[in-house]
Design a protein around this ligand. Structure first.
Ligand SMILES: Nc1ncnc2c1ncn2[C@@H]1O[C@H](COP(=O)(O)OP(=O)(O)OP(=O)(O)O)[C@@H](O)[C@H]1O
Length: 315
Protein backbone atom coordinates (compact mmCIF):
# COMPACT_ATOMS: atom_id res chain seq x y z
CA UNK A 1 0.00 0.00 0.00
CA UNK A 2 1.49 3.34 -0.99
CA UNK A 3 1.52 6.16 1.52
CA UNK A 4 -0.47 9.15 0.31
CA UNK A 5 0.90 11.71 2.76
CA UNK A 6 4.44 11.35 3.95
CA UNK A 7 6.51 13.63 6.16
CA UNK A 8 10.13 12.90 6.73
CA UNK A 9 12.43 14.54 9.26
CA UNK A 10 10.64 17.92 9.36
CA UNK A 11 12.34 20.56 11.45
CA UNK A 12 11.04 24.07 11.95
CA UNK A 13 11.86 26.90 14.34
CA UNK A 14 10.00 30.12 14.98
CA UNK A 15 12.74 32.27 16.52
CA UNK A 16 13.78 30.40 19.64
CA UNK A 17 10.69 28.11 19.58
CA UNK A 18 11.27 24.66 18.16
CA UNK A 19 7.93 23.81 16.50
CA UNK A 20 9.05 20.67 14.64
CA UNK A 21 11.94 18.54 15.81
CA UNK A 22 12.30 15.71 13.30
CA UNK A 23 8.62 14.97 12.60
CA UNK A 24 8.27 11.79 10.49
CA UNK A 25 5.24 9.64 9.66
CA UNK A 26 3.14 8.35 6.79
CA UNK A 27 -0.63 8.35 6.31
CA UNK A 28 -2.04 5.30 4.57
CA UNK A 29 -5.25 4.82 2.61
CA UNK A 30 -8.37 3.12 3.92
CA UNK A 31 -8.26 4.33 7.50
CA UNK A 32 -8.58 7.37 9.70
CA UNK A 33 -5.24 8.30 11.21
CA UNK A 34 -5.52 10.38 14.37
CA UNK A 35 -2.83 13.04 14.73
CA UNK A 36 -2.88 13.59 18.45
CA UNK A 37 -0.89 15.59 20.94
CA UNK A 38 -1.17 18.45 23.40
CA UNK A 39 -1.50 22.10 22.36
CA UNK A 40 1.72 23.34 20.83
CA UNK A 41 2.97 19.84 19.90
CA UNK A 42 3.37 20.86 16.25
CA UNK A 43 0.26 19.41 14.57
CA UNK A 44 -0.89 22.57 12.80
CA UNK A 45 2.63 23.48 11.74
CA UNK A 46 3.09 20.01 10.23
CA UNK A 47 -0.16 20.38 8.29
CA UNK A 48 0.81 23.84 7.09
CA UNK A 49 4.15 22.50 5.89
CA UNK A 50 2.40 19.63 4.06
CA UNK A 51 0.29 22.23 2.22
CA UNK A 52 3.30 24.44 1.52
CA UNK A 53 1.84 27.28 3.64
CA UNK A 54 4.92 27.16 5.86
CA UNK A 55 8.35 26.02 4.78
CA UNK A 56 10.38 23.59 6.87
CA UNK A 57 13.97 24.33 7.81
CA UNK A 58 14.79 20.69 7.12
CA UNK A 59 13.04 17.55 5.90
CA UNK A 60 10.33 17.06 3.32
CA UNK A 61 6.59 16.55 3.00
CA UNK A 62 5.06 14.67 0.07
CA UNK A 63 1.51 14.20 -1.16
CA UNK A 64 1.04 11.36 -3.63
CA UNK A 65 4.83 11.25 -3.87
CA UNK A 66 5.35 14.94 -4.69
CA UNK A 67 5.54 18.24 -2.83
CA UNK A 68 2.00 19.67 -2.62
CA UNK A 69 3.07 22.80 -4.54
CA UNK A 70 4.27 20.67 -7.44
CA UNK A 71 0.89 18.93 -7.93
CA UNK A 72 -0.97 20.12 -11.03
CA UNK A 73 -4.47 19.90 -9.56
CA UNK A 74 -3.78 19.75 -5.83
CA UNK A 75 -7.44 19.62 -4.70
CA UNK A 76 -7.87 16.39 -6.63
CA UNK A 77 -5.07 14.84 -4.53
CA UNK A 78 -5.54 16.28 -1.06
CA UNK A 79 -8.46 18.08 0.53
CA UNK A 80 -7.67 20.08 3.64
CA UNK A 81 -9.49 21.90 6.40
CA UNK A 82 -7.13 24.01 8.48
CA UNK A 83 -9.09 27.05 9.61
CA UNK A 84 -12.87 26.79 9.43
CA UNK A 85 -13.23 30.46 10.37
CA UNK A 86 -11.54 31.57 7.14
CA UNK A 87 -14.72 32.46 5.25
CA UNK A 88 -15.93 35.65 3.62
CA UNK A 89 -18.79 36.65 5.98
CA UNK A 90 -20.95 38.25 3.26
CA UNK A 91 -20.73 35.28 0.90
CA UNK A 92 -23.19 32.40 1.15
CA UNK A 93 -21.84 28.91 1.80
CA UNK A 94 -22.83 27.84 -1.72
CA UNK A 95 -21.14 30.83 -3.34
CA UNK A 96 -18.01 30.21 -1.29
CA UNK A 97 -17.81 26.69 -2.73
CA UNK A 98 -18.72 27.85 -6.26
CA UNK A 99 -15.93 30.42 -6.11
CA UNK A 100 -13.49 27.79 -4.82
CA UNK A 101 -14.51 25.26 -7.48
CA UNK A 102 -14.18 27.89 -10.21
CA UNK A 103 -10.74 29.05 -9.03
CA UNK A 104 -9.51 25.44 -8.97
CA UNK A 105 -10.99 24.41 -12.32
CA UNK A 106 -13.43 21.99 -10.70
CA UNK A 107 -16.95 21.47 -12.09
CA UNK A 108 -19.75 23.45 -10.40
CA UNK A 109 -21.85 20.28 -10.06
CA UNK A 110 -19.43 19.08 -7.36
CA UNK A 111 -20.73 21.89 -5.14
CA UNK A 112 -24.21 20.41 -4.69
CA UNK A 113 -22.72 16.94 -4.16
CA UNK A 114 -20.41 18.02 -1.34
CA UNK A 115 -23.07 20.23 0.26
CA UNK A 116 -25.37 17.21 0.43
CA UNK A 117 -22.65 14.97 1.87
CA UNK A 118 -21.93 17.52 4.58
CA UNK A 119 -25.62 18.04 5.40
CA UNK A 120 -25.38 21.70 4.40
CA UNK A 121 -28.00 21.99 1.63
CA UNK A 122 -30.43 24.01 3.74
CA UNK A 123 -27.82 26.37 5.19
CA UNK A 124 -25.98 26.83 1.88
CA UNK A 125 -28.09 29.82 0.83
CA UNK A 126 -27.33 31.77 3.99
CA UNK A 127 -24.41 34.14 4.52
CA UNK A 128 -21.39 32.46 6.11
CA UNK A 129 -21.05 35.34 8.59
CA UNK A 130 -24.05 33.94 10.45
CA UNK A 131 -22.82 30.35 10.62
CA UNK A 132 -22.05 28.62 13.89
CA UNK A 133 -18.58 27.10 14.25
CA UNK A 134 -20.13 23.67 13.65
CA UNK A 135 -21.61 24.85 10.35
CA UNK A 136 -18.29 26.35 9.36
CA UNK A 137 -16.63 23.00 10.06
CA UNK A 138 -19.16 21.24 7.83
CA UNK A 139 -18.65 23.79 5.06
CA UNK A 140 -14.89 23.37 5.46
CA UNK A 141 -15.25 19.62 5.03
CA UNK A 142 -17.43 20.18 1.98
CA UNK A 143 -14.72 22.43 0.52
CA UNK A 144 -12.07 19.79 1.23
CA UNK A 145 -14.14 17.22 -0.68
CA UNK A 146 -14.67 19.40 -3.77
CA UNK A 147 -11.93 17.68 -5.77
CA UNK A 148 -13.07 14.21 -4.61
CA UNK A 149 -9.51 13.63 -3.34
CA UNK A 150 -8.07 10.29 -2.21
CA UNK A 151 -6.56 12.00 0.85
CA UNK A 152 -8.07 14.35 3.43
CA UNK A 153 -6.30 16.35 6.12
CA UNK A 154 -8.40 18.02 8.80
CA UNK A 155 -7.11 20.16 11.66
CA UNK A 156 -9.32 19.82 14.76
CA UNK A 157 -12.55 19.16 12.81
CA UNK A 158 -14.44 18.33 16.03
CA UNK A 159 -13.95 21.86 17.38
CA UNK A 160 -17.23 23.62 17.98
CA UNK A 161 -19.42 20.63 17.17
CA UNK A 162 -22.34 19.73 19.41
CA UNK A 163 -22.76 16.05 20.46
CA UNK A 164 -24.91 15.34 17.41
CA UNK A 165 -22.29 16.98 15.20
CA UNK A 166 -19.53 14.89 16.78
CA UNK A 167 -21.44 11.68 16.04
CA UNK A 168 -22.02 12.88 12.47
CA UNK A 169 -18.35 13.78 12.00
CA UNK A 170 -17.16 10.40 13.31
CA UNK A 171 -19.46 8.54 10.94
CA UNK A 172 -18.54 10.79 8.03
CA UNK A 173 -14.79 10.32 8.57
CA UNK A 174 -15.20 6.54 8.93
CA UNK A 175 -17.20 6.52 5.70
CA UNK A 176 -14.46 8.40 3.82
CA UNK A 177 -11.87 5.90 5.04
CA UNK A 178 -14.13 2.98 4.10
CA UNK A 179 -14.15 4.37 0.55
CA UNK A 180 -10.38 3.82 0.57
CA UNK A 181 -9.31 7.39 1.28
CA UNK A 182 -6.44 8.35 3.57
CA UNK A 183 -7.80 10.58 6.32
CA UNK A 184 -5.53 12.49 8.70
CA UNK A 185 -7.38 14.14 11.59
CA UNK A 186 -5.71 16.21 14.27
CA UNK A 187 -7.06 16.54 17.78
CA UNK A 188 -5.76 17.43 21.22
CA UNK A 189 -8.48 15.25 22.76
CA UNK A 190 -8.02 11.52 22.36
CA UNK A 191 -11.64 10.88 23.32
CA UNK A 192 -12.85 12.61 20.13
CA UNK A 193 -11.18 9.91 18.07
CA UNK A 194 -12.76 6.97 19.91
CA UNK A 195 -14.51 4.68 17.41
CA UNK A 196 -13.07 6.75 14.55
CA UNK A 197 -9.30 6.37 14.19
CA UNK A 198 -7.79 3.02 13.26
CA UNK A 199 -4.26 4.35 13.50
CA UNK A 200 -2.63 6.98 15.69
CA UNK A 201 0.35 9.24 15.30
CA UNK A 202 0.90 10.67 18.77
CA UNK A 203 3.13 13.73 18.91
CA UNK A 204 4.78 15.82 21.58
CA UNK A 205 7.24 18.70 21.32
CA UNK A 206 7.53 18.56 17.57
CA UNK A 207 8.18 14.87 17.15
CA UNK A 208 6.42 11.52 17.01
CA UNK A 209 6.00 9.81 20.36
CA UNK A 210 4.11 6.78 18.99
CA UNK A 211 3.01 5.56 15.57
CA UNK A 212 0.69 2.65 16.22
CA UNK A 213 -2.59 1.01 15.38
CA UNK A 214 -5.34 1.72 17.89
CA UNK A 215 -5.79 -2.03 18.45
CA UNK A 216 -2.11 -2.45 19.41
CA UNK A 217 -2.17 0.58 21.65
CA UNK A 218 -5.25 -0.61 23.54
CA UNK A 219 -3.88 -4.15 23.81
CA UNK A 220 -0.61 -2.80 25.25
CA UNK A 221 -2.45 -0.61 27.75
CA UNK A 222 -4.86 -3.39 28.70
CA UNK A 223 -1.99 -5.74 29.49
CA UNK A 224 -2.87 -9.27 30.50
CA UNK A 225 -5.00 -8.13 33.41
CA UNK A 226 -8.18 -9.96 34.25
CA UNK A 227 -10.92 -8.72 36.57
CA UNK A 228 -12.55 -11.25 38.93
CA UNK A 229 -15.73 -10.45 40.84
CA UNK A 230 -16.20 -12.65 43.92
CA UNK A 231 -17.64 -12.45 47.43
CA UNK A 232 -14.83 -14.81 48.55
CA UNK A 233 -12.00 -12.42 47.85
CA UNK A 234 -9.47 -13.74 50.36
CA UNK A 235 -9.80 -17.35 49.23
CA UNK A 236 -9.63 -16.33 45.55
CA UNK A 237 -6.49 -14.26 46.10
CA UNK A 238 -4.79 -17.12 47.96
CA UNK A 239 -5.58 -19.68 45.25
CA UNK A 240 -4.43 -17.43 42.40
CA UNK A 241 -1.30 -16.18 44.16
CA UNK A 242 -0.30 -19.80 44.83
CA UNK A 243 -0.47 -20.40 41.07
CA UNK A 244 1.96 -17.55 40.47
CA UNK A 245 -0.42 -14.70 39.64
CA UNK A 246 -0.01 -11.13 40.84
CA UNK A 247 -3.25 -10.17 42.53
CA UNK A 248 -4.51 -6.78 43.68
CA UNK A 249 -7.81 -5.75 45.24
CA UNK A 250 -9.88 -3.29 43.25
CA UNK A 251 -12.89 -2.94 45.53
CA UNK A 252 -14.75 -5.07 48.11
CA UNK A 253 -15.90 -7.64 45.57
CA UNK A 254 -13.36 -7.26 42.77
CA UNK A 255 -9.75 -8.27 42.31
CA UNK A 256 -7.40 -7.65 39.40
CA UNK A 257 -5.21 -10.54 38.34
CA UNK A 258 -2.06 -10.35 36.21
CA UNK A 259 0.02 -13.23 34.92
CA UNK A 260 -2.68 -15.83 34.23
CA UNK A 261 -5.14 -16.15 31.34
CA UNK A 262 -8.86 -15.98 32.13
CA UNK A 263 -9.43 -19.68 31.33
CA UNK A 264 -6.74 -20.73 33.84
CA UNK A 265 -8.19 -18.41 36.48
CA UNK A 266 -11.63 -19.97 36.04
CA UNK A 267 -10.33 -23.51 36.42
CA UNK A 268 -8.15 -22.61 39.45
CA UNK A 269 -11.08 -20.96 41.23
CA UNK A 270 -13.35 -23.87 40.39
CA UNK A 271 -10.81 -26.40 41.69
CA UNK A 272 -10.42 -24.40 44.92
CA UNK A 273 -14.20 -24.24 45.34
CA UNK A 274 -14.20 -20.44 45.23
CA UNK A 275 -17.45 -18.99 43.91
CA UNK A 276 -17.30 -16.02 41.54
CA UNK A 277 -19.82 -14.05 39.51
CA UNK A 278 -17.57 -12.64 36.78
CA UNK A 279 -14.17 -13.18 35.16
CA UNK A 280 -13.43 -10.70 32.38
CA UNK A 281 -10.41 -9.44 30.45
CA UNK A 282 -9.58 -5.81 31.18
CA UNK A 283 -9.91 -3.59 28.09
CA UNK A 284 -8.46 -0.09 28.37
CA UNK A 285 -10.31 2.82 26.77
CA UNK A 286 -8.48 4.91 24.19
CA UNK A 287 -8.24 7.68 26.77
CA UNK A 288 -6.65 5.32 29.34
CA UNK A 289 -4.25 4.01 26.70
CA UNK A 290 -3.24 7.56 25.81
CA UNK A 291 -2.69 8.47 29.46
CA UNK A 292 -0.48 5.43 29.88
CA UNK A 293 1.41 6.31 26.72
CA UNK A 294 2.15 9.88 27.71
CA UNK A 295 2.93 8.87 31.30
CA UNK A 296 5.55 6.44 30.08
CA UNK A 297 6.84 8.30 27.06
CA UNK A 298 10.25 6.64 27.13
CA UNK A 299 8.95 3.10 26.82
CA UNK A 300 6.58 4.06 24.04
CA UNK A 301 8.80 6.51 22.23
CA UNK A 302 8.69 5.40 18.65
CA UNK A 303 9.31 6.71 15.24
CA UNK A 304 10.36 5.64 11.85
CA UNK A 305 13.83 4.18 11.70
CA UNK A 306 16.31 7.00 11.66
CA UNK A 307 19.94 6.92 12.59
CA UNK A 308 19.83 9.09 15.67
CA UNK A 309 16.28 8.47 16.81
CA UNK A 310 14.86 6.03 19.31
CA UNK A 311 12.52 3.60 17.64
CA UNK A 312 10.21 0.66 18.13
CA UNK A 313 6.50 0.15 17.94
CA UNK A 314 4.25 1.14 20.81
CA UNK A 315 3.26 -2.25 22.03
N1 LIG B 1 3.65 31.58 13.24
C1 LIG B 1 4.21 31.24 14.39
N2 LIG B 1 5.07 32.06 15.02
C2 LIG B 1 5.67 31.71 16.18
N3 LIG B 1 5.49 30.53 16.80
C3 LIG B 1 4.64 29.66 16.23
C4 LIG B 1 3.97 29.95 14.99
N4 LIG B 1 3.20 28.88 14.66
C5 LIG B 1 3.38 27.97 15.65
N5 LIG B 1 4.25 28.44 16.58
C6 LIG B 1 4.71 27.71 17.77
O1 LIG B 1 5.13 26.43 17.35
C7 LIG B 1 4.73 25.43 18.28
C8 LIG B 1 3.85 24.40 17.60
O2 LIG B 1 2.59 24.99 17.30
P1 LIG B 1 1.42 24.24 16.53
O3 LIG B 1 0.32 25.26 16.35
O4 LIG B 1 1.95 23.60 15.33
O5 LIG B 1 0.98 23.15 17.58
P2 LIG B 1 -0.37 22.30 17.63
O6 LIG B 1 0.03 20.94 18.03
O7 LIG B 1 -1.11 22.47 16.36
O8 LIG B 1 -1.14 22.99 18.79
P3 LIG B 1 -2.65 23.49 18.84
O9 LIG B 1 -3.46 22.29 19.17
O10 LIG B 1 -2.61 24.48 19.95
O11 LIG B 1 -2.95 24.11 17.51
C9 LIG B 1 4.05 26.17 19.42
O12 LIG B 1 5.01 26.42 20.42
C10 LIG B 1 3.61 27.47 18.77
O13 LIG B 1 3.53 28.49 19.72
Amino acid sequence: MEATIEVDGLRKRFGSTVALDGMSFAVRPGQVTGFVGPNGAGKSTTMRVILGLDSADEGRALVAGRPYGALREPLRHLGALLDAAALHPARTGRNHLLWLAHSQGLPARRVEAVLAQAGMERAAGRRAGGYSLGMRQRLGIAAAMLGDPPALMLDEPFNGLDPEGIVWMRGYLRGLAAQGRAVLVSSHLMSELQDTAGHLVVVGRGRVVADTSVADLIAAASGDRVTVRTAERTEAMAALAQAGATVATTDRETITVAGLPAERIISLLSEAGVRFSEVSGHRASLEEAYMELTRDAVEFRAGRPEADEPQGAAR
